[in-house]
Design a binder for this molecule. Structure first.
Ligand SMILES: [Zn+2]
Length: 119
């Protein structure tokens, strides 16, 4: 899904992708590969290929946008939904700050690095 926000003028060359966490394999509480009891007639392998294909296309689309000189903001579903969603005002502030910053890329929520530990 691509959303040109009303406060994102085309001249700022910014594109905002709003991604569903399941369909786009976000590493968060909303994503896990379907187990066979919930695959609706599709095998786990089908889902794995489907979802990995989605993720691969996302990365390619982001890369294409950047090659064409567009700035990219990736806004994940989990920032907007559920008990751990971010405050709406914070999301809006992060988006507007990013639009004004000239930075080339932003993800909301900012990716956590839970698995990186300093020894
Ligand atoms: Zn998510």
């Amino acid at each position: 899904m691509i959303w040109f926000s009303p406060f994102s003028p085309i001249k700022s060359r910014a594109v905002i992708f709003v991604n569903g966490c399941f369909w786009h394999m976000h590493q968060c509480r909303f994503f896990q590969f379907p187990v066979s009891s919930s695959t609706k007639g599709r095998g786990p392998q089908w889902w794995r290929e489907k979802l990995i294909g989605n993720r691969q296309r996302d990365l390619e689309n982001i890369e294409k946008c950047r090659e064409l000189g567009w700035r990219v903001l990736l806004l994940w579903e989990c920032a907007l939904k559920g008990t751990e969603k971010l405050p709406e005002l914070q999301v809006l502030q992060e988006i507007t700050q990013w639009l004004e910053s000239g930075s080339h890329y932003l993800e909301i929520p900012f990716p956590s690095h839970e698995n990186t530990q300093n020894s």
